[in-house]
Design a protein around this ligand. Structure first.
Ligand code: FES
Length: 486
């Protein structure tokens, strides 16, 4: 049997035995197909256009590749998730131990991988680069990826992240004439770090949520097939409070006063410092701020709508990279929903006005009722998490100096709209400061200075983790905050 695949303007032809799952087959051939529900036929992101041939479940000339089986010759068009060339606003760290050579800081996000090439002696950032995490083909969130790993895909998950790391290291080395780098410093959520090192993440996925390792890991790059003399994996606090949030707290300077850092990705991790103590927690906000579980959602990559407003009765939006809009990212979603509430497209419970099917933003980009519901769950989890963390730590919100909002979302976020939709407590509105990818910035500091790594280790060791999954106070706040308006 033959399968022809069109991607962009490239056509390739493969032979296949028949009986293979189409998504698995395409993934094995290296196509980056989004499969945010992990192949459960729910998200619709893995849809391919059928040019020739027929598949069971085919509708309007297309089929969900995760549900399709190869049974005869076919020709399909796939729509790959690319997204290279992101730039991160991570402040360059100039302090250094003065070592010679080059190093790379890597933040393994569930959605994107962010790399930064650094001159170790000058402490100067040479280049940053971001790519969508290829593990997206195994689900949008950590739980679906852990499920994929439990089903025997652990090696593929590790291979995704290692092969992308090799490619970017190779690109840096070629461009700057290097044979390799001295050190690769890595942060990420605890699950991503397990996949990176090929550790079993099973315990993270179920109660009592135990990680196989949390401490700093050092190993030779060659053990992972990477062109780095040393690989340094930063320490984590708990199964759901990873090295990314530790590095973020370090870079944001959370310990410099009564401050709270909220790192919003597929999880909302929060680190609070008050009276010489550190408290950490995380909320299962779901991946909607990274564009998953949103019908036209996408990560903060080129083509993503990152702001939405209304001017003279017309919807106006801005697009990352200034090209044609291909989807909406978390920051755009916050704006769109604030606008929908303002215009009465949704009522205070989030229900669409009668007769409204969807809210159009740009050509082929719109918000559905289900999107609003997913957003409500996520924003409420963040807001409730902040409230309960402050209360468990015994810190009055009036004492807080800063609420740092980190992550790709923080970088583009309209703070007023985020408060309007109830993502952050209203009383903290004037304390919010968007700080971008602090995880990468903190990782760079650890790459450059041993003393900063020691600080990260101290934060990870001393932070008291507050488990919200069993907290009745969190549940109450979560339900209370679900609606829009005061
Ligand atoms: S519908 Fe196929 S991966 Fe989600």
């Amino acid at each position: 049997m033959r399968l022809k695949v069109l991607s962009g303007t490239n056509v390739r032809e493969y032979s296949c035995a028949g009986g293979e799952n189409l998504l698995d087959f395409l993934r094995a051939k290296g196509y980056a197909i989004a499969a945010r529900c992990g192949g459960n036929g729910k998200c619709g992101k893995c849809r391919v256009r059928v040019i020739e041939g027929a598949f069971e479940g085919q509708k309007d000339g297309s089929v969900l590749s995760c549900l399709a089986t190869l049974r005869g010759d076919a020709f399909v068009e796939v729509f790959e998730t690319k997204g290279g060339g992101l730039t991160y606003a991570a402040p360059a760290s100039s302090e250094t131990d003065g070592e010679s050579g080059f190093g790379v800081a890597l933040d393994i996000g569930t959605t994107t991988l962010a790399f930064s090439l650094v001159d170790l002696s000058a402490g100067k950032e040479i280049e940053t680069f971001g790519v969508l995490n290829r593990q997206g083909a195994y689900g949008a969130d950590v739980l679906s990826r852990i499920a994929a790993s439990d089903e025997g895909k652990a090696a593929q998950l590790q291979d995704c992240v290692l092969s992308q790391t090799r490619e970017v290291l190779g690109k840096f080395c070629k461009k700057y004439g290097l044979n390799g780098v001295k050190r690769l410093a890595v942060c990420g959520n605890t699950t991503m770090l397990h996949f990176f090192l090929g550790k079993n993440a099973h315990g993270i996925g179920q109660y009592p949520f135990r990680a196989e390792f949390l401490d700093t890991v050092r190993l030779a790059g060659k053990e992972l097939g990477l062109a780095a003399e040393e690989v340094l994996v930063l320490p984590s606090v708990a199964a759901y409070f990873g090295a990314d949030a530790v590095a973020g707290g370090l870079a944001a300077g959370v310990e410099k006063g009564v401050n709270l850092l909220a790192d919003i990705g597929t999880n909302g991790e929060m680190l609070l410092h008050a009276d010489g103590k550190l408290f950490a927690t995380s909320t299962a906000a779901g991946p909607c701020f990274e564009g998953a579980n949103i019908e036209c959602g996408t990560g903060g990559v080129a083509g993503a709508i990152d702001s939405v407003s209304e001017r003279d009765g017309r919807i106006v939006c801005t697009v990352i990279g200034k090209g044609k809009a291909t989807g909406i990212c978390g920051a755009g979603l916050v704006d769109a929903i604030a606008l929908m509430a303002e215009k009465g497209v949704i009522d205070e419970t989030g229900a669409f006005a009668e007769g409204t099917e969807r809210f159009e933003i740009a050509e082929n980009v719109y918000i559905t009722q289900a999107d609003v519901r997913n957003f409500q769950l996520a924003k409420s989890a963040i807001c409730a998490g902040i409230r309960v963390l402050l209360s468990e730590a015994g810190v009055e919100s009036g004492r807080l100096n800063k609420l740092y909002v980190a992550g790709g979302l923080g970088f583009y976020l309209n703070k007023d709209n985020a408060v309007k939709v109830g993502m952050f407590p209203r009383e903290l509105a004037d304390k919010i400061e968007a700080v971008g990818n602090t995880a990468l910035a903190g990782t760079k500091q650890c790459l450059l200075q041993k003393g900063r790594l020691a600080d990260a280790e101290r934060i990870a060791r001393s932070a008291e983790y507050i488990d919200l999954s069993a907290s009745p106070a969190f549940m109450d706040a979560y339900i209370e905050n679900m609606n829009f308006g005061d």
